[in-house]
Write a protein that binds this ligand. Structure first.
Ligand SMILES: Cc1ncc(C[n+]2csc(CCOP(=O)(O)OP(=O)(O)O)c2C)c(N)n1
Length: 360
């Protein structure tokens, strides 16, 4: 009889760019100066889009909206590593990925204004529909990755979800399946510390979310999610591994949701304001701006000019969205089945009768 250690594990955390804007030169990803500027520009576009969405919602011009304030580096950094042929499986708080992949801005507003036509993904983009039901897209992403593998397509799927998503059965089933079948999928956890009012410590007793990969035999890493360079580097490595037959990976982006859960929430009721202030000092945009300024790639004039350009672009996107004629009510019955069920036919007739009453 004996008792001995038969396995032991470690969990790594990657940090490249600190709060003062200093970088670890040895860990720096292979990015050109224009790439570095582009990463910052995309984060600023995401932030301004987000702020505009909040204003529009308050004016009654947008539906319930989930802000991404504070998560720009996690989203832009990871998305910047994706190739055109890869697939993106979003949850509902992935604005920065949509922006980075070049999704039309008007359509993003359209979707959050309650018009599903905003999800009609342009042909050249490989984006699965936004998933509001927490975690249910995780098995879909694994399935798509397995399909790519069977077909011999050298692509990866990137599946995004929050810390709350890691408590769902779908997460565990997805990771297990991906590990066993070596599916080319990268799981990207947006650990923003809160799942509505459930804090990270109440979500799991595990020390990190990254270590959840270990149980499924796949590599896992935690990255400073407010460090766009670290997120980019970790995602790039994981995607390359997936595309070249190396199987799945999990990345925990350690970040923070600085705003309310959605415009229907009031985080002040369950969250200490000091916690928010602490994370404001770790703002992902501030540190990248400091870094770029030190390298002579950014200054106040460029900042001012870009903010103005983005504002004008957002004006155009909102105008285009608001000029779009509303969807037809009968479209609720289209696109689901090849043929409507008897009940759907009855409901459609009821809708027509109601409309006649309205006009009578
Ligand atoms: C299956 C399911 N259960 C509950 C909800 C309600 N709900 C919406 S968001 C949310 C919390 C999600 O937290 P997390 O996964 O951490 O993502 P975050 O909102 O922090 O981005 C919950 C429980 C839902 N949308 N789907």
């Amino acid at each position: 009889m004996s008792k001995k250690i038969i396995a032991s594990f470690t969990v790594s955390r990657l940090e490249i760019l600190d709060e003062q804007g200093r970088v670890d030169a040895e860990l720096m990803p292979d990015l050109t100066d224009p790439d570095l500027v582009r990463l910052y520009e995309l984060m600023l576009l995401t932030r301004q889009f987000d702020q505009r969405a909040l204003h529009l919602q308050r004016e009654g011009r947008l539906g319930t909206y989930p802000s991404v304030l504070g998560q720009e580096a996690s989203q832009v950094g990871s998305a910047y590593a994706l190739q055109k042929s890869d697939w993106f499986f979003p949850a509902f708080r992935e604005l920065g990925v949509f922006v980075t992949l070049g999704y039309p801005l008007a359509e993003i507003y359209q979707y959050w204004n309650g018009d599903e036509r905003g999800l009609l993904c342009p042909e050249q983009l490989n984006i699965f529909p936004i998933c509001i039901a927490v975690g249910t897209h995780i098995p879909h992403a694994v399935g798509a990755a397995m399909a790519a593998r069977y077909r011999g397509d050298p692509i990866a799927t990137a599946c995004y979800f929050g810390d709350g998503g890691t408590s769902k059965g779908d997460f565990h089933e997805g990771l297990n399946m991906a590990g066993v079948f070596q599916a080319p999928v990268v799981f990207i956890i947006q650990n923003n510390q809160w799942a509505i009012s459930i804090s990270r410590n109440h979500q799991t007793a595990a020390e990190t979310l990254a270590q959840k990969a270990i149980a499924y035999g796949i590599p896992g890493i935690q990255v400073d999610g407010n460090d766009v360079l670290a997120v980019y580097q970790a995602t790039r490595e994981a995607l390359q591994r997936a595309r070249s037959g190396g199987g799945p990976s999990l990345i925990e982006c350690d970040t923070y949701r600085m705003a309310d859960h959605t415009t229907a929430d009031d985080a002040a009721r369950y969250r200490d304001p000091e916690e928010v202030q602490r994370w404001q000092r770790r703002d992902p945009l501030l540190r990248m701006r400091r870094f770029l300024a030190d390298r002579g790639l950014w200054d106040d004039a460029r900042q001012q000019q870009l903010e103005t350009e983005i504002d004008a672009r957002l004006d155009r996107a909102v105008a285009r969205e608001e000029a779009t004629p509303p969807a037809r009510a009968r479209d609720i019955f289209a696109y689901t089945w090849t043929e409507m069920t008897p009940r759907q036919k009855r409901q459609l007739q009821q809708l027509r009768d109601l409309r006649e009453l309205d006009h009578g």
